[in-house]
Design a protein around this ligand. Structure first.
Ligand code: AHR
Length: 654
């Protein structure tokens, strides 16, 4: 992930003792560090992940399903992403059929009426995938479909992956035994020698006249940890490099939906795929719910992170709400069931359901969030709704820590979720927001569009559940990364209070029409992905997380120099994160009067010639962190901070 340049002199950071340092016009900044004086704890759960079904993050993104609209939903234009195939003189038509399907949840299907076809003149349908289908050489793609026909004479159904450009099949399989009742069939499509490409589609045809019905047509490439119904390997690897401690799931607005009926109704997202009805998400498209509740939990398991579970709390985006009291009780019960599904043993009703779904072991759960951004609820019912959930959950799970999404008065939440979507300049100004000297107050706080205007250190702990510097599209540029990094120094310095934080959103499909929200951490198309400069800032900060901040003092830093200094006590490593957001390089003298650092340290640096420099799907590695040794470190040394740079120094202490 990090470019290593240990071997070459070019990649070596030169340091100088103070006497030798040549200072810039305004003189050097002076940073004094006392690694032996811990100040406050750094939360081990500080950095986590936040995403949801937005920007084709799951369907068409992380969830590795290659078939788009596998359940044949249509609009006025027809069945989306599916097209009729009539080879040679074959004649057929396709239409939605609301009268038959393989399950109660999927009670409709695609009807393909083949008037004329034979072995050489086949008829059927094709699927375009998520802006194509990515194929690699010598790879197995596992498929399945539900089918039935109007007679047992339909003969074998052919399933092929076909290149869009050549029209040639690169892998094919036969599905035999389609009869008059619904049945699931599986198949494997194996590619041979070929250039990797995403310009491919899936074709399903018959060589016989008759009527064929199809439902839940699915195709998966190899997945992360080889999970059936699993996730894309490249995206999971990118997330793993972020060392996330938690996943805020299932999302922000995605939890709520536009209306109560569109909420993330977790019980409808578990069990066999054929029993999942799919649902309308708030970001203008239907969710397959293939990445359902258990898959979220398994994603956590795969990346060694804890779920931070948000439960639906009776408010949906179109000002739809459930009245506190008796009306809300079924939703409270639903949340209790959800917690039991996550944490319960096989001897509990919902724990047993999880076992049945294939996961015997319960999951560890510490934090539960009640709702999402409930300050938007104009009925002002959140205080009562939160309290109702709080009492019911605490009565059954006293150890769970409960997060409020807006101010409440009737009970004291354990944690409050604050959101910040800003520009880089604001993050430079707000980098000290949580510092004790800056705004700690006992006077009434005001909730200011997603967060409190001041900090109450005697109040609930803080979860910065959504934040981002929004500059750059579809993914943030270096200017945004500098804003992010400045902000993160403040989170680290105050991580005794800010116990968790998650950048949002994380994922964007960069194809035309793929993005609903600008400035997302990781971009991708069907075949490849890349990290933005902001992504690398996250990787750098989370990779070097100490357990305590240390006493420090910065003089002459200027308005665009930010830092945090933490120590990993067990490893005796000091992590100094320094952000120079200025267009000028800057000299920095580092003094550790009471420490004995080892002479050799290392620095990881992300820097750019301009704030607008960025990575893209076609230029993914323009800005990546570079790792270099730092020689001659002593209790007094100086370094040059390049313009527009984010750096992490790892200094070994004796
Ligand atoms: O992260 C995008 C959206 O921003 C989230 O869904 C919502 O919680 C917030 O308003």
């Amino acid at each position: 992930m990090l470019k290593k340049t240990f071997a070459c002199l070019v990649g070596t950071l030169t340091v100088a003792v103070f006497a030798m340092a040549g200072f810039g016009q305004s003189g050097p900044a002076i940073l004094t560090l006392h690694p032996d004086q811990p100040v406050s704890t750094v939360s081990p759960t500080l950095y986590g992940l936040m995403t949801e079904e937005i920007n084709y993050a799951y369907d068409g993104g992380l969830y590795a399903e290659m078939v788009r609209n596998r359940t044949f939903r249509g609009d006025w234009s027809g069945i989306l992403y599916w097209y009729l195939v009539e080879d040679g003189n074959a004649r057929a038509k396709m239409s939605p059929d609301a009268t038959t399907g393989p399950s109660t949840a999927l009670a409709s299907s695609l009807k393909v009426e083949i008037e004329q076809a034979d072995e050489h003149n086949r008829a059927g349908v094709l699927n375009q995938g998520w802006w194509g289908m990515a194929l690699h050489h010598d790879t197995e793609y596992k498929g399945s479909l539900y089918a039935k026909a109007d007679s047992a004479n339909m003969g074998p159904i052919n399933v092929s992956l076909v290149n869009d450009v050549t029209g040639k099949a690169v892998a094919s399989a036969a599905v035999n035994g389609v009869g008059t009742g619904w049945k699931q069939f599986t198949f494997t499509l194996k590619t041979g020698a070929m250039e990797p490409s995403s310009t491919n589609h899936l074709v399903i045809t018959a060589g016989h006249a008759g009527t064929l019905w199809l439902q839940l047509v699915s195709l998966f490439p190899p997945t992360y940890h080889n999970r059936v119904n699993g996730n894309r390997i490249d995206l999971m690897e990118k997330m793993a490099a972020m060392h996330p401690a938690f996943l805020r799931m299932p999302g922000g607005n995605y939890l709520e939906g536009d209306h109560v009926r569109d909420r993330f109704d977790w019980k409808k997202t578990i069990g066999p795929l054929v029993d999942r009805p799919t649902h309308r998400g708030p970001w203008s498209y239907q969710s397959s719910d293939g990445l359902g509740f258990l898959e979220f939990l398994e994603w956590c398991e795969d990346l060694h992170m804890q779920p931070l579970l948000a439960v639906y709390a009776g408010y949906s985006l179109a000002q739809d709400h459930v009245n506190p009291g008796a009306d809300l009780e079924p939703y409270v019960q639903d949340a209790l069931d959800e917690l039991e599904y996550v944490t319960g043993g096989a001897d509990t009703k919902w724990g047993a359901e999880r076992v049945k779904d294939g996961h015997p072991a319960p999951f560890k759960l510490t934090y539960v969030e009640i709702g999402n951004e409930d300050w938007f609820d104009r009925s002002n019912s959140y205080d009562q709704r939160f309290t109702q959930f709080y009492k019911a959950i605490k009565a059954r799970y006293p150890d769970l820590l409960l997060i409020a999404t807006a101010p409440v008065k009737s009970v004291k939440p354990d944690v409050i979720d604050e959101h910040y979507y800003v520009r880089a300049t604001q993050n430079f100004q707000e980098a000290h927001h949580y510092d004790p000297h800056d705004g700690s107050t006992s006077s009434p706080q005001h909730w200011d569009g997603g967060h409190f205007d001041t900090v109450d250190r005697n109040g609930p702990k803080i979860f910065v559940g959504e934040w981002a510097t929004r500059e750059g599209t579809p993914t943030p540029n270096m200017g945004a990364a500098l804003g992010d990094a400045a902000w993160m120094t403040g989170l680290e310095r105050n991580s005794d209070l800010v116990v968790m934080a998650s950048y949002a959103p994380m994922l964007v499909n960069v194809n035309p029409g793929g993005m609903q929200w600008e400035s997302d951490l990781i971009g991708y198309n069907a075949i490849k992905s890349y990290g933005s400069p902001s992504y690398y800032a996250q990787v750098m900060f989370a990779s070097y997380l100490g357990d305590h901040t240390v006493a420090s003092n910065l003089e002459n830093g200027g308005a665009k120099l930010f830092y945090s200094a933490t120590i990993n006590t067990a490893k005796k490593q000091l992590y100094l994160k320094i952000v120079n957001a200025s267009s000028d390089s800057q000299r920095l003298e580092i003094a550790m009067p009471d420490a004995r650092p080892k002479a050799m340290a290392k620095v990881v640096r992300l820097s750019a010639p301009d704030t607008q420099t960025t990575n893209s799907i076609d230029d993914p590695n323009r800005l990546v962190p570079v790792e270099m040794p730092v020689h001659d470190v002593s209790s007094k040394f100086s370094v040059t901070l390049p313009a527009y740079s984010i750096q992490v120094f790892q200094i070994e202490l004796q």
